[in-house]
Design a protein around this ligand. Structure first.
Ligand code: A3D
Length: 319
């Protein structure tokens, strides 16, 4: 059986890390693509040489021509400009929307059957713009944010309780960024929800509130430390987990920016919700029960994403 083909649009920090992880996991042959000529070719060659030492069997190539992504099974999009210190995700809107247009056209022409994972910020609006340009079915285009946000939440909780990260599950909903909605009552240690752990005096409500806030600010904390770019190791791991769920038909339940057509009372927007990811792409949107406070936070997040999509449409109307 032929190997899967995975195209990585954008060969910067996340793109290079994606290629490395995909090689190590032998998920498929990799094509790195970037407009910065030499960057994808150089990274592909460097990574290919590491295969002799690591002993993995995948082909890695680099290109600045969309023809190279022909027939890709999965496309992961990180092309664009990353957030700099002091810059909000929303500042990126104009630049990255036009990047999504060119990437979407490339996918439409050369990889119309692919499963597409968008990582570029501002995430929820960019996955919408990318889907519009690529014209693929909505279930084949998703955004990566919730897997990363919940990974951060899980990590902080495992540190708080001094337990294995493997026994911590965590749940976040909503858009990526300030409006993300961590859900403590759906987050557990070995099945014990956080409110019960508070009652058991493992932690306090104040500590959980602090951890929730640190999760929301997770990206900004790393931008502040790095000073010259944003997080890339955990974002790459998260996007690869989503690609793997599709390629191996794992039917994993993951929080992704998915297209809603009526679920949660929302229509026509990409926003973070739990979905089942398998060979059919987004096979199901999981509609969990929300209390009034959670619903209010979620709808605030949806409105923030709608605002960005509205701003994109306004920018278009001015052209
Ligand atoms: P970076 O290392 O700058 O890589 C981006 C690459 O995109 C660069 O190599 C550019 O040359 C390339 N590029 C720019 N325009 C185009 C184009 N039109 N076609 C093809 N390639 C192009 O950034 P990064 O890898 O650190 O981050 C990539 C994106 O992910 C940024 O938008 C970040 O804000 C975003 N990001 C999202 C999350 C989420 O959780 C959603 C987390 C971390 C980063």
């Amino acid at each position: 059986m032929a190997r899967n083909k995975i195209a990585l649009i954008g060969s910067g920090n996340i793109g290079g890390t994606l290629a490395h992880l995909i090689g190590l996991k032998e998920l498929g042959d990799v094509v790195l693509f970037d407009i910065a000529d030499g960057l994808p070719q150089g990274k592909a060659l460097d990574l290919a040489q590491s295969s002799s030492v690591e002993g993995f069997n995948v082909n890695l190539g680099g290109a600045s021509d969309y023809g190279a992504i022909e027939g890709a099974d999965v496309v992961i999009v990180t092309a664009g400009v990353p957030r700099k210190p002091g810059m909000s995700r929303d500042d990126l809107l104009g630049i990255n929307t036009s990047v999504m247009r060119s990437v979407g056209e490339g996918i439409k022409k050369h990889a119309p059957d692919a499963f597409v994972v968008c990582v570029t910020n501002p995430l929820d609006a960019m996955v919408w713009a990318l889907r519009e340009a690529a014209g693929l079915p909505h279930n084949k285009v998703v955004g990566m944010a919730g897997v990363l946000d919940s990974a951060r939440f899980r990590y902080f909780l495992s540190q708080e309780f001094n337990v294995s990260i493997e026994d911590v599950t965590a749940f976040v909903l909503g858009g990526h960024g300030d409006s993300m909605v961590p859900l403590p009552r759906y987050s557990t240690v070995a099945g014990i929800p956080l409110p019960d752990l508070i009652k058991m005096k493992w932690t306090t409500q104040e500590r959980i509130d602090e951890i929730v806030q640190r999760t929301r600010d997770g990206g900004a904390e790393i931008v502040g430390l790095l000073k010259t770019g944003s997080a890339f190791y955990a974002p790459a791991s998260s996007a690869v987990a989503m690609a793997e769920a599709y390629l191996r038909d794992q039917k994993r339940v993951m929080p992704c920016a998915a297209y809603l057509s009526g679920e949660y009372g929302v229509d026509g927007v990409y926003v973070g919700v739990p979905v089942v990811l398998g060979a059919g792409g987004v096979e199901r949107v999981v509609e969990i029960g929300l209390d009034e406070t959670e619903k209010t936070s979620f709808m605030k997040s949806v409105h923030a994403v709608e605002g960005l999509i509205g701003a994109i449409k306004e920018l278009d109307a001015k052209k």
